[in-house]
Design a binder for this molecule. Structure first.
Ligand SMILES: CC(C)(COP(=O)(O)OP(=O)(O)OC[C@H]1O[C@@H](n2cnc3c(N)ncnc32)[C@H](O)[C@@H]1OP(=O)(O)O)[C@@H](O)C(=O)NCCC(=O)NCCS
Length: 151
């Protein structure tokens, strides 16, 4: 099955609700909790799972804020697809689904980073509209920093 046919098939499955993003943490952060999290050097985040029935295909999390480290290296989002399900289009779809959720929360643009050698992640980000800002070094490794504008 070529990439386009597979993406179309996945889109149909999504429309029928077979593959869905499940929110793992429904907790709403109150202002006081946010400031506690900030003080600890961490930021609040929500973890989602991409599931097909009872099978977990991948996970993705969104960090609601950037601290100094995240602004430079980590970005707003982290994700992974289980090895047996990679290269089937799920990574692109999962990131796209999360972007739809974030767009509804009125975020204007988000930062996504990946290693300069991570071809799969580079393609996943770029196919979701990521525009490369720069490539910087972290501990001897080159890291790409992309912004995705949520118009
Ligand atoms: C990055 C990751 C989430 C991509 O998920 P995926 O479901 O395999 O990605 P997709 O099937 O949607 O493919 C996205 C694109 O990458 C390409 N691709 C995927 N794996 C690839 C590989 N190993 N080598 C080269 N290209 C690859 C696909 O062909 C596709 O390209 P296209 O846009 O030209 O069609 C997955 O590889 C992964 O979990 N990696 C380990 C964790 C990780 O690196 N997370 C990201 C940290 S920033």
């Amino acid at each position: 099955m070529n990439g386009n046919v597979q993406a179309k098939k996945l889109a149909q499955e999504l429309a029928s609700g077979i593959v869905i993003l499940l929110k793992a943490c429904k907790k709403k952060w109150k202002y006081e909790e946010l400031s506690e999290v900030e003080k600890s050097g961490l930021v609040p985040a929500t973890l989602y799972f991409l599931v097909d029935g009872s099978k977990i295909i991948g996970s993705i999390h969104f960090r609601y804020q950037l601290n100094d480290y995240l602004e430079k290296y980590g970005g707003h989002i982290g994700y992974g697809i289980r090895p047996s399900e990679r290269r089937k289009g799920y990574g692109k779809i999962m990131l796209g689904m999360l972007l739809d959720i974030i767009r509804r929360q009125a975020y204007k643009k988000i930062l996504v980073t990946c290693d300069d050698t991570n071809i799969a992640s580079i393609k996943t980000i770029e196919s979701n509209g990521g525009k490369l800002e720069n490539v910087i070094e972290e501990d001897g490794k080159m890291k790409r920093r992309y912004w995705i504008v949520l118009a």
